[in-house]
Design a protein around this ligand. Structure first.
Ligand code: SF4
Length: 348
């Protein structure tokens, strides 16, 4: 296995000791900054005909396109119905107003006692560790989230940490975003070290798509701070289709497990991506091969711009009933909906 470089390398020419150190990005950071951000480039690279471009440009105006090369490489060339592409391809339909689809479907703005901190559930607190993602998923319930108001600086982290220290009922800190692993390892190590020192915290949970879309994110620097904490570690991956898991994702999952991480997955049920029994069964089987347990299957949150992904509740229940007939119980994800104001996810 290739040994990954640390998050920030300092290289200095030995014959010129006074030269300013050159800070180089790690492999994953280079891939992050090199992600495709132009709808025209996306259509060209995947061999989509020109009829897709106007819609892609319209959707991009509403929520910018962002797709890392490693994820693009798993898409089928020339197939606009590829299940990975459907998750990230902007469409004109995103601009249509649909009754019931709103910008803050989970009412998170009502639960932010400190900047970058969301306290919705008993015993658990969610920290927005990074305002950005490695990939922009068109169905994302935070596609309108005001990250600029919730991207805390280090001093603002102190307020969040103080909040956690002051509430001994909180046993779990959840790093979220954006994608929390889009933050640099120095920043994350700093934060986790302080979480580690809060005696009543037991668990660190990280919700991320980065080990899937850029598997090189699971490098030595990340594993260093993750291995060092006394907290029990849970990483919840977000994978919606078996095609997302390739050899590099398998390897990233194996490294996380070796570092003592429990791996779970949550998916979103998406029309045109995974709304069939065969597709969902293949996903559960493939997750387990990668050492990941299926955890939740979410119905779509009604976020403005994503209505075209909706699968009606009745069909969702039928799919899960069919899935139960072909999968062992431990590979069954729980079908849930998040309802604002509820103290936990609501089973369907
Ligand atoms: S927060 Fe998750 S679902 Fe939303 S765009 Fe980022 S990676 Fe995708």
């Amino acid at each position: 296995m290739i040994t990954r470089s640390p998050a920030l390398l300092q290289r200095q020419a030995p014959s010129q000791p006074d030269v300013t150190p050159l800070i180089l990005p790690s492999a994953w950071q280079a891939q992050l900054s090199g992600a495709i951000r132009d709808p025209r480039e996306l259509c060209r690279r995947l061999g989509l005909d020109d009829s897709w471009l106007p819609g892609a440009e319209r959707g991009h105006e509403l929520f910018e396109v962002r797709i890392p090369e490693a994820f693009l490489a798993r898409m089928r060339h020339g197939d606009p119905n590829d299940p990975l592409l459907r998750q990230v391809l902007p469409l004109a339909a995103e601009g249509e107003a649909v009754p019931g689809y709103i910008t803050d479907p989970l009412a998170e703005a009502d639960h932010t006692p400190a900047r970058g901190l969301i306290h919705k559930y008993t015993g658990r607190v969610l920290l927005i560790a990074s305002p950005t993602c490695a990939v922009n998923c068109r169905y994302c319930f935070r596609r309108h989230f005001p990250y600029e108001q919730n991207a805390p600086s280090r001093s603002q982290w102190d307020a969040s940490l103080e909040y956690l220290r002051g509430d001994s009922s909180i046993s779990e800190a959840i790093l979220s975003g954006g994608d929390p692993l889009a933050a640099g390892d120095r920043q994350l190590a700093w934060l986790v070290e302080r979480l580690d020192a809060i005696p009543h915290l037991k668990r660190l949970r990280i919700h991320t798509r980065l080990p899937v879309v850029i598997p090189d994110r699971v490098d030595d620097a990340l594993l260093g701070w993750l291995s060092a904490t006394r907290l029990q570690k849970v990483v919840v991956l977000h994978i919606n289709h078996a095609q997302e898991i390739d050899d590099a994702v398998d390897a990233a999952c194996a490294r996380l497990r070796e570092a003592g991480v429990t791996l779970l997955n949550q998916s979103v049920l998406l029309r045109g991506v995974n709304d069939s029994i065969d597709t969902l069964a293949s996903l559960s089987e493939r997750l387990f091969e990668a050492g990941v347990l299926p955890y939740y299957l979410h119905v779509l949150d009604p976020v403005a711009g994503a209505a075209h992904f909706d699968v009606p509740d009745e069909k969702a229940r039928e799919l899960v009933a069919g899935l139960r007939e072909v999968l062992p119980g431990f590979l069954m994800p729980r079908l849930v909906r998040e309802i604002p104001g509820e103290t936990s996810k609501t089973p369907l």
